[in-house]
Design a protein around this ligand. Structure first.
Ligand code: G3P
Length: 222
């Protein structure tokens, strides 16, 4: 499973890239707003950081459009796509987003169809040629629906028909979501920096390490 980081914070992206585990980046308007930076400038900076990340090739960077109408999405998406060769145009799972997805697919511009909350949205965007689909797990859990069932349902539909769109599990809030996505067969998980750090923390690793060092120092007095 590929690992993307879900942030527009450059320092977090650099730290994850330095860990050697990063395959790409996803951003969204809320994440950019949090950083308070110019959108295009930040996208260019992110693309540069992930030029040679874990996959060895420039990692995909999802750049979301703000427009909600077809014409606006096309205009904005084309502008994003000029920033770097690893930009993936991120579009919403709406009727206009679907149409824009088809236009970009015909132009060989990769797309990520976001805000996916039910399996038929995923089927439709795959038919329109989406490179990635982003089902939001945490936000379904928030309304007492099992987000992981959505991942499993899309996996089954895509496998039934050999659809090549990659499932990018999004709105991951904690390590349990992350591991469940891997078990359910998501192709990619986009994970906040906090969760990337959390998965390498285990109390038995920490106490075991302390004991190794203490035993060694006791025996050799270093
Ligand atoms: O990738 C989508 C993600 O940013 C949404 O996460 O936690 O706001 O639902 P969240």
């Amino acid at each position: 499973m590929d690992l993307y980081i879900d942030t527009a914070n450059l320092d977090e992206i650099k730290q994850a890239a330095d860990m050697g585990v990063l395959d790409g980046v996803t951003t969204n308007p809320s994440l950019i707003a949090k950083e308070g930076v110019d959108y295009s400038t930040r996208l260019a900076e992110i693309c540069k950081v992930v030029e040679g990340c874990a996959t060895g090739a420039p990692g995909p960077v999802s750049a979301e459009v703000i427009a909600t109408d077809y014409e606006g999405m096309i205009k904005e998406g084309r502008r994003h796509a000029t920033i770097a060769g690893n930009i993936v145009v991120k579009l919403p799972c709406t009727l206009d987003g679907l149409k824009a997805c088809k236009t970009f697919s015909d132009e060989n511009v990769p797309t990520n169809l976001t805000l996916c909350f039910q399996p038929l949205q995923a089927l439709m965007v795959a038919k329109a040629g989406a490179f990635l689909v982003s089902p939001f797990i945490g936000r379904l859990d928030d309304i007492a629906q099992d987000g992981m069932e959505l991942i499993a349902g899309i996996r089954q539909i895509y496998d039934n028909f050999g659809l090549p769109t990659k499932i990018l599990a999004a709105s991951i809030r904690h390590p349990l979501h992350f591991v469940q996505c891997a078990l359910a067969g998501a192709d990619v998980a986009t994970v906040p920096f906090k969760v990337i750090r959390q998965v390498m923390q285990h109390p038995l690793t920490e106490s075991g390490l302390e004991k190794f060092v203490a035993d060694y120092n006791k025996a050799f007095g270093t």
